[in-house]
Write a protein that binds this ligand. Structure first.
Ligand SMILES: *[C@@H]1O[C@H](CO)[C@@H](O)[C@H](O)[C@H]1NC(C)=O
Ligand SMILES: *[C@@H]1O[C@H](CO)[C@@H](O)[C@H](O)[C@H]1NC(C)=O
Ligand SMILES: *[C@@H]1O[C@H](CO)[C@@H](O)[C@H](O)[C@H]1NC(C)=O
Ligand SMILES: *[C@@H]1O[C@H](CO)[C@@H](O)[C@H](O)[C@H]1NC(C)=O
Ligand SMILES: *[C@@H]1O[C@H](CO)[C@@H](O)[C@H](O)[C@H]1NC(C)=O
Ligand SMILES: *[C@@H]1O[C@H](CO)[C@@H](O)[C@H](O)[C@H]1NC(C)=O
Ligand SMILES: *[C@@H]1O[C@H](CO)[C@@H](O)[C@H](O)[C@H]1NC(C)=O
Ligand SMILES: *[C@@H]1O[C@H](CO)[C@@H](O)[C@H](O)[C@H]1NC(C)=O
Length: 477
């Protein structure tokens, strides 16, 4: 399995909603079906009923307990255009789905009688940003003010949103999951960012397929709880630097299908608590450079799959984290890789390794990784990669290549392969002379630079700019 899955929490609600709505049936014109799984657990199925306005609830709805009742109401795939004020819904946790309707308008106070609404799916409608005003989420009016509602999950995916109202989340202080995917946002403007600022409990943010190519540097400053973000299917040419601001909380990053060409030591700066990273389907990605993964000191799962032009991973890509190794699962399936360096990572410390769907050159390095370093024991059943080259091994499992064609198969040999270790006294003499020459030139250069520096310093003493050097003791004096 090469793809990141959603956090289980939502999944429970989602699964129930989805199974309540996606079952095959055709459109009917009858009333909604109501079923009690048990006294405290009710589903009202209003999906595919040609409904164009919100009906009154059946009488039996009243039997749900206010303390522990869980209520799911789904209007999946109807023709509702206006969400008007909903009749009261009992229960302590209420989930409502309006997925796949034709909603263009939501009235003020729409959810005012449903202040225990924790999950609201408005995805796949025709909502524009203007319709999404703070008033639509107003809770009951009491003591001269509107109260808040309990909303935790809000799905606005697949609509026509360009921008969010800055006060949109004024009455939803507990908002933890926000899905904005598949909207023509293009630019995260000032008001949208102010709206996000106010959602301080946000943990999950989906910005996939929103046509954005950048994220303002301070966009996530207030989101100290942000755990998961999806930036897939956008126009990023680099991983946005602004993620670093939420580096202490961010655990899951999905970055598929963006026009990045390389990953490098700038890509994941500050993401020290990232647990799972997915970088896939980036058709322009060619190279993973040195120190790319160095900042990821807590990473457990890396999905680097389906990047069909990815040809090269630097042997230093994991530089600096190899001795405090945290990674358990590494998936490199379906790229365009042919070689991996033996010292890329501590192969035997992995639990799962995926390497299928590449053009592996089955040479001694690969044999070393697979056999000596035990990478061959980490493949999932039925997911043994094949050799593409050399010709005579084409189509063989890479676990089948053995020491038989690599006589001196050990790490040191493999690592130094390519240098001929064939020194004669003459060579040594030349080497010493060479080194001496380099040192000499180095010293002359040093002297020269120092002299220039001294002159330069004299000339620039009055300038206010100074470079802070962290190693310079005088700064701490
Ligand atoms: C909900 O109703 C629709 C339309 O009748 C039907 O196709 C679907 O199976 C129902 N879902 C459940 C979980 O009963
Ligand atoms: C409601 O019913 C579903 C399906 O039977 C079950 O998975 C869930 O735990 C129940 N929830 C409560 C609160 O009883
Ligand atoms: C609701 O509760 C009332 C009284 O407890 C009971 O008579 C009625 O049958 C219940 N309705 C349903 C649909 O469970
Ligand atoms: C909704 O139902 C219509 C038929 O009424 C169907 O053509 C359409 O594909 C359905 N949409 C979804 C998202 O299932
Ligand atoms: C739905 O909202 C639109 C826009 O506010 C309004 O023009 C229209 O009359 C409303 N339709 C219904 C059925 O309430
Ligand atoms: C938000 O969550 C807290 C903690 O679960 C809860 O006490 C509070 O009532 C919730 N706020 C609203 C408006 O439901
Ligand atoms: C994979 O790389 C090879 C060169 O190493 C290139 O010829 C081939 O076109 C690439 N495959 C794809 C799918 O881009
Ligand atoms: C792997 O090796 C075994 C035993 O040597 C052989 O039977 C099998 O055909 C080989 N399979 C592949 C795909 O290389």
């Amino acid at each position: 399995m090469c793809f990141l899955r959603d956090i289980p929490g939502v999944l429970v609600i989602l699964c129930v909603l989805v199974s309540a709505s996606h079952a095959l049936g055709e459109v009917i014109n009858g009333p909604c079906d109501i079923f009690f799984q048990d006294v405290n657990n009710l589903t009202l199925n209003c999906s595919r009923r040609n409904i164009d306005r919100i009906p009154n609830w059946p009488e039996a709805m009243k039997n749900v307990s206010n303390q522990d009742g869980h209520v799911l109401i789904t209007f999946f795939n109807n023709s509702i255009t206006n969400v008007t004020e909903l009749p009261p819904v009992p229960g302590n946790r209420v989930a409502i789905s309006f997925k796949s309707n034709k909603i263009i308008e939501i009235n003020d106070d729409a959810f005012n009688n449903v202040h225990r609404l924790v999950y609201l799916d408005l995805s796949n409608n025709r909502l524009s940003g203007d319709v999404l005003r703070s008033e639509i989420f107003q809770g009951p009016y009491k003591d001269g003010v509107y109260k808040s509602i309990a909303l935790e999950t809000l799905n606005l995916g697949n609509n026509r949103i360009h921008s969010l109202d800055r006060y949109l989340f004024q009455y939803t202080p507990n908002l933890t999951r926000l899905y904005l995917n598949n909207n023509p946002i293009e630019i995260l403007d000032h008001v949208t960012i102010l709206a996000l600022f106010s959602a301080t409990k946000l943990e999950v943010l989906d910005l996939a397929k929103t046509d954005i190519d950048s994220i303002p540097l301070d966009a996530f400053r207030g989101l100290v709880n942000l755990r998961q973000i999806d930036l897939s299917g956008n126009k990023f040419v680099t991983v946005p630097e602004s993620l670093g601001l939420v580096g202490t909380s961010l655990q899951y990053l999905t970055f598929n299908n963006n026009p990045i060409v390389e990953l490098n030591d700038d890509s994941f700066i500050g993401l020290t608590n990232l647990v799972e990273l997915e970088v896939g389907e980036n058709n322009y990605l060619e190279e993973v450079k040195r120190s790319t993964f160095t900042p990821l000191k807590s990473l457990r799962v890396l999905h680097l799959c389906h990047n069909r032009n990815l040809r090269y991973i630097s042997h230093n890509a994991f530089r600096g984290i190899k001795d405090k190794w945290t990674l358990k699962e590494v998936y490199l399936d379906d790229n365009n890789l042919s070689e991996l360096s033996t010292d890329l990572l501590p192969w035997n410390k992995l639990e799962v390794l995926g390497m299928t769907g590449n053009n592996w050159l089955c040479n001694c390095d690969l044999a070393n990784i697979v056999t000596n370093q035990e990478a061959g024991t980490k493949f999932k059943a039925g997911e043994i990669p094949y050799c593409a080259a050399p010709m005579r091994l084409n189509g063989a499992y890479i676990t089948n290549i053995t020491a038989s064609f690599c006589p001196t198969l050990d790490t040191t040999f493999a690592a130094k392969k390519g240098f001929s270790i064939n020194l004669k006294p003459k060579h040594i003499l030349w080497s010493i002379l060479g080194v001496a020459a380099v040192v000499g030139i180095g010293m002359i250069c040093g002297l020269l630079v120092n002299t220039i520096k001294a002159v330069y310093k004299k000339n620039t003493r009055s300038q206010p700019i100074r470079y802070f050097n962290i190693n310079d003791d005088t700064n701490f004096a």
